[in-house]
Write a protein that binds this ligand. Structure first.
Ligand SMILES: [Zn+2]
Length: 52
């Protein structure tokens, strides 16, 4: 289940957890590449995520 949830998380926005619309990719504080939907890009920038 852990493996499955990891795959699921990769497909969803790393900020809001919803299916990302026009995602941009960022590295979060765990150095994981996460999709961030266009609505959450501002939040990702504020969290100082590195753009992938
Ligand atoms: Zn989002």
């Amino acid at each position: 289940m852990k493996f499955l949830s990891r795959i699921f998380r990769r497909k969803s926005c790393g900020v809001c957890g919803k299916k990302p619309v026009k995602p941009s990719y960022y590295y979060n504080d765990k150095d994981e590449k996460i999709p961030v939907c266009y609505k959450c890009v501002e939040y990702a920038e504020r969290r100082a995520y590195q753009k992938a």
